[in-house]
Design a protein around this ligand. Sequence first.
Ligand SMILES: Nc1ncnc2c1ncn2[C@@H]1O[C@H](COP(=O)(O)OP(=O)(O)OP(=O)(O)O)[C@@H](O)[C@H]1O
Ligand SMILES: [Mg+2]
Length: 366
Amino acid sequence: MDASASDGAFVEFDRVQKSYDGETLVVKDLNLAIGKGEFLTMLGPSGSGKTTCLMMLAGFETATHGEIRLGGKEINNIPPHKRGIGMVFQNYALFPHMTVAENLAFPLEVRNMSKSEREQKVKRALDMVQMGDFGGRRPAQLSGGQQQRIALARALVFEAELVLMDEPLGALDKQLREHMQFEIKHIADNLGITVVYVTHDQTEALTMSDRVAVFNDGKIQQLAPPDELYESPENSFVAQFIGENNTLMGKVTKMNGDRAEVTLDDGEVIDTVPVNVNGVGDRTLVSIRPERVEFNRDRLPADAHTLKAEVLEFIYMGDIYRTRLRVAGKDDFIVKTRNAPDQRRLTPGEKLEIGWRPEDCRALDA
Ligand SMILES: Nc1ncnc2c1ncn2[C@@H]1O[C@H](COP(=O)(O)OP(=O)(O)OP(=O)(O)O)[C@@H](O)[C@H]1O
Ligand SMILES: [Mg+2]
């Protein structure tokens, strides 16, 4: 789905811009349509405008220009508490003087809900995050992960159709973080809620999302499902930001339909898919995923170009082998191979030829 196909979108940013100082735009012409029930993640480096976008959607910041719509209605001038949006902040923001149950009941009290109804909803929300026995504790008496779950329950308790989460797992250790990623995803799926999630952790974004919007410099660089983002980055920023990529610099020397021949700076020639180059003579940054590099000649197409390589380092990582090579004058070319019974371990000093299927090698903007 792209912005032009936004009919029936649940959340829409329509040509939205934001400036805090009246001069610099920290969000530049944002167009984004999010479907009902979708899990959309905004991913990008620090300062790229992710929180600003979330704050505008929640109503804590105003857009300098453009329209934000929820369920087809413009919400630019509706105050936050009337937007019916649940929100989880990075620092949990639980009230320390209230018990867990009181923290959860608070947004319901604000909405003038009766006591019995409140209690019933609080219980349900706590059960949902498997914290049913913790209603009487204060936040300080909980672990980081438990506090995180309470913050999540509080965003879910008034059954908002839209929940915004800004780096909600930032403070957790790896194991708990991964556990919570699945938990949040499952809760969102089960309740059918729409989630706009912010993170700068790309693994998290790929794991949880239906689609990921990669931000840089106040703009969406690419908006795509995780597999498409990883396999088909549209520009060199996305290629280098998402996952690991080997990059080589060169110049386009031939264009032939869906193939571009690139002559690398050291004179060697490779075949690529032209993604973000216009024609012969263009400088290009070529990218190849470490797991797509092949050193077994039999597994390459007969006419594939190959490059000379020398093994510099072999690292055993358990499930995979990570080998560092010198290729085209660069010392940081990585090959990843699966630790399988028939897999060969390369040894430092070894000289070999490497290659790849041309469709795995993308010629991008330099
Ligand atoms: N209240 C504010 N007043 C002025 N400038 C701000 C304000 N909030 C954010 N900015 C600026 O706007 C830009 C975008 O900030 P934002 O918080 O949206 O980035 P982010 O993508 O969420 O980054 P991070 O990953 O570090 O949280 C930054 O350059 C930041 O300095
Ligand atoms: Mg932020």
